[in-house]
Design a protein around this ligand. Structure first.
Ligand code: CTP
Ligand code: MG
Length: 258
């Protein structure tokens, strides 16, 4: 917390204290999509996934710092995309930094690149290009309200079965307590940074031991993780089938806007 909050200034810049840090992780290889280039640089409706997320984040009225974490060889191209983006008028700074071999390393490098003032950090997958700005705002507000980690979650709608390696169904799983989680995931900066420091960088020998989201990293370090309602528009591009789905969602969105 800054002294500005302690003293409640009558004049000055009250939003300085509420500017957020956003880490946009875009350094994956996109192997399951198999587009011949990293997934975040694939186009959807004539724009790369990185550009979609850049526009959404910099439309947030809080302002803050967005760090885009990319494969090292694409840093120059990313800086060009940022320079070519329309100025949004909001109080946003944007920087680009190289990622790591695993997602959690990319997140750590991104958090390390944020300026000091970012006391709330949202971590977002570039692979979720249609995530609405309202979801970023919802997560950030809940982090400020609770000072816990906050993740968007949607109820699971399909019937779930536990299946053996022999493809035989063992049992139906009660889905009532289960949710599917998305990004952006939000954290008090100190909580996230300390949890990532505990995990360290470098490949973990056992692939099953890789945390697949930041909430898992924070939970392993003993932090409390809360949920807020997610958005179906925050769907992740993972396989070629998701591309068709996201294109349909984008078309529906553009239709709504007309
Ligand atoms: N990511 C990252 N650095 C890594 C791995 C992943 O920044 N070393 C990012 C991806 O760019 C993506 C997000 O984390 O935006 C979610 O990861 P995932 O969907 O697994 O993307 P990829 O790792 O690119 O895809 P794949 O696992 O199919 O190779
Ligand atoms: Mg991956």
């Amino acid at each position: 917390m800054t002294s500005a909050q302690d003293h409640q200034p009558l004049t000055g810049e009250p939003h300085e204290v509420s500017r957020i840090g956003v880490v946009l992780v875009a350094a994956g290889r996109g192997e399951r999509l198999g587009a011949g280039k990293p997934k975040a640089f694939v186009e959807l409706g004539g724009r790369t996934l990185v550009e979609h997320c850049l526009r959404t984040v910099t439309s947030l009225p809080s302002g803050g710092h967005l760090v885009i974490v990319v494969p090292e060889h694409l840093a120059g191209e990313t800086l060009r995309l940022v320079a070519a983006a329309e100025p949004t008028g909001a109080n946003w700074e944007v920087s680009v930094t190289p990622g790591g071999r695993e997602r959690h390393e990319s997140v750590k490098f991104g958090v390390d690149a944020l300026p000091e003032y970012a006391d709330v950090v949202l971590v977002h997958d570039a692979a979720r290009p249609l995530t609405p700005a309202a979801l970023f705002a919802r997560v950030a507000a809940e982090v400020r309200r609770t000072t816990d980690a906050v993740i968007p979650a949607l109820p699971v709608v399909d019937t779930l079965k536990r299946v053996g390696a022999d493809s035989i169904v063992h049992e139906t799983v009660d889905r009532a307590p289960l949710v599917a989680v998305q990004t952006p995931q939000g954290f008090p900066r100190e909580l996230l940074a300390a949890a990532h420091d505990r995990l360290g960088t470098g490949a973990h020998d056992d692939a099953a031991d890789h945390p697949t989201d930041d909430a898992e990293v924070v939970q392993r370090a003993g932090g409390t993780v809360r949920t807020v309602p997610g958005e179906s528009l925050a769907h992740k591009l993972t396989t070629p089938g998701d591309l068709a789905l996201l294109e349909a969602l984008l078309a529906a969105q553009n239709g709504d806007a007309r």
